[in-house]
Write a protein that binds this ligand. Sequence first.
Ligand code: ZN
Length: 136
Amino acid sequence: MHIIIHAIINFIFGLILNLNRLEIFALVIGGIIIDIDHIVYMVSRKIYTPKEMLKFHIQESKIMRPHFYFMHFIEPILLLMIIFYFVNILMFYFFLGFLFHWIFDAISYIYFYKSSWPWIKYYSLTKLLINYKKLS
Ligand SMILES: [Zn+2]
């Protein structure tokens, strides 16, 4: 899903939840920052220039091919949300932004694949570890 759409969705949720401006800002920024792992992934595949990155991104999102995006695992997102709920409420909203992003990514994958299996191993550490155990 496009990053701008994620930002808009998080902004709307911020309004619905009646958050203050700073909390909405944290929610929107969280929904954007999570996708930095896409750039990390591309660099790991030796894709360096913005032009090559854009080309790769367009080509991969057309076919909705998931990759190893380390910030998209649901378990650490939930854990960080729980921790920051008690420590720093702005950081809680930042990671809530991650969660909303994750949910809407998941919805678009389920809509595209009509199933969860082709992509869930990239979005859940638990599923990744289960698969890893099966392979070894
Ligand atoms: Zn994403």
